[in-house]
Design a protein around this ligand. Structure first.
Ligand code: NAP
Length: 338
């Protein structure tokens, strides 16, 4: 039986990747940061028997001794390093914490593979945020990086560490440069889930107003379940490399809001401009722009060219933007019991 170690298993991608690997017959070992209630994040949504089949190790990726111990005791064929401070907005407020987890955590993970289990394949969760605001779209594996946040800078270090260890130590170390991917277990602070949760509550009768930043911000959004298949395919490729995964389609935050209300059977009408733009449903204000949610620097124009993954791995996204919005809203409505 093949063994896979997933850091950050309690996050969104860990939730989908662990199910994919268990379904393929892997033994799955996962690292979860300890919390007071011993909760397992997104994994708490898994059926009990699936959750119980995962070997959970509680610890922190910034602890090199812990990382070495886990790699030594589990001897995994594949290591998926997903643990990160993954929220761009938070990284502006706490760059040091972001660097510690995203840079030192990655160094510890890749060092553990090099020193203790050099035959293990290593996957690094890189990101389209590396591109910042590129001059040309779409972006491919040769596009110049111009990171525009502490998060993106930390991930650039992880990307280069992974490439450097591949070349210097000949370990199988692969970078997945993934564009935004969302799902029904996306963290509630991310804009897509913030919208789907608010719309679900309003569908239930809440009179709240959804406050958002830049409604015109455009993203290449896909479904996380499709993307973890791409991660696995990268690890089965004959050699380690760098691959982009995305949809090649751009949508605005406004598109997401409209799709979310539509999925809940509600329409939204826009009035006003810029900071004064508001969304109304049946005459009631339901969406408003708030300066607080703007970033000090926006990354924009990020659009994936995933041709390399398509040809080398046979990967392509399966879920459309409207299907994604619908499944997120329907899941949040169902969870709220209506
Ligand atoms: P996520 O939901 O935020 O999951 C990240 C996980 O890492 C969380 O469970 C978090 O645990 C854990 N973690 C954070 N710091 C840790 C530490 N010091 N030690 C151990 N665990 C720690 O992120 P995701 O959406 O699944 O994304 C997975 C990876 O892909 C991340 O590296 C992310 O940066 C990258 N990525 C994501 C996207 C996307 O659109 N989703 C796109 C490109 C790249 P806590 O709950 O304790 O914080």
């Amino acid at each position: 039986m093949k063994k896979a170690l997933i850091t950050g298993i309690a996050g969104q991608d860990g939730y989908f990747l662990s199910q994919l690997l268990l379904g393929k017959g892997y033994e799955v070992i996962g690292i979860v940061r300890r919390n007071r209630d011993m909760r397992l994040g997104a994994l708490d949504r898994l059926p009990k028997e699936l959750r119980d089949s995962i070997d959970i190790k509680h610890g922190d990726v910034t602890d090199s001794q812990f990382m070495n111990g886990v790699v030594k005791s589990s001897e995994p064929e594949e290591v998926y390093h997903l643990a990160a401070q993954s929220y761009v907005g938070y990284s502006f407020h706490n760059p040091q914490a972001t660097f510690e987890t995203n840079i030192m955590g990655t160094l510890n993970a890749v060092n553990a593979v090099r020193d203790i289990s050099p035959e293990s394949k290593f996957y690094f969760a890189a990101t389209s945020e590396l591109f910042g605001t590129p001059e040309n779209a779409p972006q491919d594996e040769h596009t110049q990086f111009m990171p525009r946040s502490p998060y993106a800078i930390s991930k650039l270090a992880g990307y280069w560490l992974t490439k450097n260890y591949r070349e210097a130590y000949k370990i199988f170390a692969t970078n997945g440069i993934l564009f935004n991917h969302e799902s029904e277990v996306r963290g509630p602070e991310f804009v897509t889930r913030k919208i789907s949760l608010a719309v679900a509550r309003m569908h239930q009768g809440s009179k709240e107003v959804l406050e958002l930043g830049n409604l015109n911000s455009r993203k290449d959004w896909g479904y996380a379940k499709d993307y973890v298949e791409g991660m696995w395919l990268m690890m089965q490729h004959k050699e380690p490399d760098d691959f982009i995964l995305g949809t090649g389609k751009l949508h605005t935050v406004r598109d997401f809001v409209e799709g979310a209300f539509a999925a809940a059977g509600m329409d939204v009408e826009w009035k006003g401009d810029g900071m004064n733009e508001k969304g109304f449903h049946n005459g009631r204000e339901v969406v408003r722009v708030n300066q607080k949610f703007f970033r000090p620097l926006e990354a924009d124009n990020m659009l994936a060219n995933y041709d390399k993954a398509k040809h080398a791995l046979g990967w392509k996204p399966k879920t459309t933007f409207s299907e994604l919005v619908k499944l997120m809203v329907e899941s949040d409505i169902e969870k709220s019991g209506h």
